[in-house]
Design a protein around this ligand. Structure first.
Ligand SMILES: *Cc1c(COP(=O)(O)O)cnc(C)c1O
Length: 443
């Protein structure tokens, strides 16, 4: 694979085919995209339409190559189109694309998930992270007989109504719908607390004693940029939930199989009652899962009365891809050490470049996820993340894109590193980073 395309010195990329496709797309698709962040609205300019990808590299429809720091927002932890996954998909496709009946792979996949994430005693496969979180809170409500849930500012749990609720002005005030189309009625059942603030959560629980079914969070947050839990925070939430009979749900759609084979719960040694999974679990195919304690999961139909179903759930192609990728991760624990080392080089190098330029930006990292916040404040929650300079980030993003570095097209997103990242590529990234920081700040 050619690497010359990086450190592109042209004034601008030729994006003419992407621009034509985007013009067409806007006539037929709301905003021209099938998921909002893809539209580049946060960074200006038009989205790049992709053609193919292999390893660390993306190729767009105009033939430009980019070093990819999104990796499909996480799933491609082994880089793009790894032979092991693509071969499994090819093989499975010969047998049927869907049965709507049980298959051997669903059993194997459940066994594999349980082995990697031991807090999961029973698991149900679905088709997306959104489905996983929506289903998990329904089960928690059915199990506890309570209606309310607690979520945290800056965490993202997909586009289910219950999660699209903005925080009230104080910790004890009621939330409001954060999207037209979400009803006031739903908003009444979602309480929101600031992340990394154990006392605020305890106050919220006490003010709603006996009414809270579940507390759901990203144990390491990837959706306000990368934010790590403070020392003792996850353990503190665990104790509060146990004390008040609340189902603790770790949304590990991003962190599952990424921060460790067993996700953030393995890394931090805290055991949730339920876990939601997505992204890596499908190897790039649409898969999600929710699972947890057997007494809770046995509420799910047909074992129990909580209804949840899916025509394509446990799809043969999706499970073939998922099993292939998870098996590889399960058998190669050493790759997590290497991902940690190479991502540390990226994050520490970026921090050093910013310091050299007098910018002192905050760079947060956990394992193979990191974020550059364009602020000199520490970032431990959403309010602190929002002190970032979004204009400067937009200029930096475009400068990096012109140099063949494909970052997340929004400031409050994590970057995801795959096993295709090499030391040589890190060096190339760091050179582009220095030039782009200088360009973005007119230094
Ligand atoms: C991506 C994500 C979701 C939603 O998953 P989709 O597959 O996009 O529906 C839920 N929770 C977290 C933590 C995520 O990162």
């Amino acid at each position: 694979m050619s690497q010359d395309s990086i450190l592109n010195t042209k004034a601008a990329l030729d994006l003419s085919t992407s621009d034509q496709l985007f013009t067409r797309a806007q006539h037929h698709i709301p905003g021209g995209v099938n998921s909002p962040v893809r539209a580049f609205r946060a960074v200006g300019g038009h989205p790049v339409f992709m053609q193919s990808a292999k390893g660390a590299w993306l190729t767009d429809v105009d033939g430009n190559k980019y070093l990819d720091f999104i990796n499909s927002w996480g799933p491609m932890i082994l880089g793009h189109a790894p032979d092991i996954v693509v071969d499994a998909v090819r093989k499975a496709a010969g047998d049927s694309l869907s049965f709507g009946a049980p298959t051997r792979r669903e059993v194997e996949m459940a066994e594999l998930i349980k082995k990697m994430v031991p807090s999961i005693e029973k698991v149900r496969l679905v088709n997306s992270g959104t489905e996983a979180t929506m289903s998990a809170i329904r089960v928690a409500r059915g199990y506890t007989g309570r209606d309310k849930i607690i979520k945290f500012e800056g965490c993202y749990h997909g586009h289910g109504d219950s999660f699209l609720i903005a925080a009230g002005s104080g910790a004890l005030t009621l939330g409001a719908p954060d999207s037209p189309g979400v009803t006031q009625g739903v908003a009444l059942d979602t309480l929101t607390a600031p992340y990394n603030d154990l006392e605020a959560t305890e106050r919220l629980i006490l003010a709603n004693e006996g009414q809270v079914a579940a507390l759901i969070l990203e144990p390491v947050v990837g959706n306000m940029g990368l934010v790590a839990p403070a020392e003792g925070y996850l353990q503190g939430l665990r104790e509060l939930c146990t004390q008040h009979g609340i189902v603790l749900i770790f949304d590990e759609v991003m962190t599952g199989f990424r921060l460790a084979r067993g996700g953030a719960q393995e890394l931090f040694g805290v055991t949730p009652d339920m876990t939601t999974l997505g992204k890596i679990i499908g190897g790039g195919m649409p898969v999600g899962a929710y699972g947890g304690r057997q007494d809770i999961m046995d509420q799910v139909a047909p074992a129990g009365k909580v209804y949840q179903a899916g025509t394509l759930s446990g799809n043969p192609i999706a499970t073939a891809a998922g099993i292939a990728q998870l098996t590889y991760l399960q058998e190669h624990p050493e790759l997590y050490t290497e991902l940690d080392r190479i991502t540390a080089r990226l994050a520490d190098g970026t921090r050093q470049i910013c310091a050299d330029l007098g910018l002192n930006y905050t760079v947060n990292r956990v394992g193979s996820m990191f974020s550059v916040f364009f602020t000199d404040q520490p970032v431990r929650n959403l309010d602190e993340a929002k002190t970032s300079d979004t204009e400067a980030f937009g200029r930096y993003f475009r400068a990096m894109l012109n140099r063949g570095i494909y970052l997340a097209p929004a400031l409050y997103e994590a970057l995801f590193i795959s096993t295709s990242m090499t030391d040589e590529l890190v060096d190339q990234y760091l050179t582009a980073c220095r030039e782009s920081m200088i360009e973005a700040h007119g230094l």
